[in-house]
Write a protein that binds this ligand. Structure first.
Ligand code: ZN
Length: 412
């Protein structure tokens, strides 16, 4: 076959693969939003294993974005996918109104771009020099600084106090989480000296905040003046940072090996500069053989959940997780969830994931590490990632007590 005939044959094969149901002349949508009702955790594992992008889960109802191929595979496996709509059309619909490329759209200006976030952190450091130290753990794939703000009395000195880490925005489109970390920064700097609980924690802990682990992805998500629904980093086709951590990486069907998938784990553990930088920082906190960081929350949206490891297995206990340790996770997780109204559960009760930050933090460093899935509770579709900015203040303050519970536990 000549080159042209080979290309034609390939194009015909692609058309067949794309499905005969597409009307002549219409392009099939790349990404479709679906709902699947009444799932159990085995069915949710199947959905996640297909490489489809699970957005949220509530009472067994899964909201998921799938490609045509993934949707066909899941339906063939007996899962009743009901179509909500074409993702790009839904995003464009939500994008109606005035837009400025590179900024949040009208009505969402309360969210911080990377430049605005950087300025807020500089201002916090400038205005509270005695209790802050601003640095970075490294740079993103595109060269943005991964900011780290330490908040503690005598912040310039490494004191013998429990260290607690808060990380946000591993997933690009989860902009509310960046606001959560910024809220923690503002609460513990501005409240120092006037709020007794805040003052006590700043005096007796070293609070470490990384407000955006994925600044490239977050900027890309808003760069076109319209939300893109982007999840991964911006290295090549993008890596799902929360599948790229080096603990049981890619072990268990909880991530995808396909670079086009939204849950692509990357070519190797810590192939993403962002995860490698945060992990390098955490590794560097082992002083005289003891990890100084004792507790951690990684913030995500959405579903209103408090999750704990392990994610790679449905078993409650495993190598590196005794019954007693699992019990402590459950106790602290339930206590925090009681304070904010979230639902507490082991991560894998949702569906199996591998290469996540919680599994690595606990598996490698024995850090009491949780994931919070923030507002809204569920079935939010794509809007779940883009709540109006009026929600920033109530939804971040909603976690104040949970953050305090973790800070207290960090010393236990
Ligand atoms: Zn997330």
């Amino acid at each position: 076959m000549g080159t042209t005939r080979r290309m034609l044959a390939a194009a015909a094969a692609l058309l067949l693969l794309a499905g005969a149901a597409t009307p002549a002349g219409a392009q099939p949508p790349d990404r479709v939003l679906y709902e699947v009702r009444g799932t159990d955790s085995a069915q949710r594992d199947t959905i996640a294993r297909s490489g489809a992008d699970v957005l949220g889960v509530r009472d067994g109802t899964v909201t998921v974005v799938a490609s045509p191929a993934q949707a066909r595979e899941l339906r063939a496996g007996g899962l009743p996918l009901s179509e909500i709509g074409d993702v790009d059309a839904l995003l464009a619909e939500r994008g109606a109104g005035k837009r400025t490329a590179g900024d949040f759209p009208a009505g969402d200006e309360g969210y911080h771009t990377y430049a605005e976030l950087s300025e807020e952190l500089s201002a916090a450091a400038r205005e509270h020099p005695g209790i802050t130290r601003l640095s970075s753990v490294g740079t993103s794939a595109q060269g943005r600084a991964l900011h780290l703000l330490k908040i503690s009395d005598n912040a310039g000195t490494d004191e013998a106090e429990p260290e607690v880490l808060f990380t946000c925005n591993q997933h690009a489109r989860e902009h509310l989480t960046t606001e959560m970390c910024l809220h923690i920064v503002q609460r513990f700097t501005e409240g120092y000296g006037s709020d007794p609980a805040v003052t006590n924690f700043v005096d007796t802990r070293e609070i470490l905040v990384i407000p955006s682990v994925n600044p490239d992805g977050a900027e890309y998500d808003i760069a076109g003046g319209e939300y893109r629904g982007w999840r991964k980093n911006r290295q090549g086709a993008g890596t799902d940072l929360n599948r790229n951590w080096d603990y049981r990486w890619g072990c268990c069907g909880g991530s995808s090996g396909n670079p086009a998938s939204d849950t692509y784990r990357g070519p190797s553990p810590f192939s993403a500069p962002e995860t490698r930088a945060v992990a390098g920082f955490v590794d560097s906190r082992v002083v005289d053989g003891t990890q100084q960081i004792t507790a951690h929350i990684d913030f995500h949206t959405y579903s209103e959940l408090v999750l704990w490891p392990f994610g790679y297995t449905h078993d409650d206990t495993a190598e590196g997780m005794t019954a007693e340790e699992a019990q402590r996770f459950a106790e602290v997780g339930r206590k925090m969830a009681a304070s904010n109204g979230y639902t507490p559960q082991q991560s894998s009760d949702l569906y199996v994931t591998d290469g996540t930050v919680n599994d690595w933090m606990w598996g490698k460093h024995k850090i009491l590490s949780f994931t919070f899935e923030m507002y809204p509770r569920g079935a939010g579709g794509l809007d779940g990632f883009y709540p109006p900015d009026e929600q920033i203040a109530p939804q971040t303050a909603r976690n104040d007590e949970a953050v305090d519970i973790l800070l207290a536990e960090a010393g236990a």
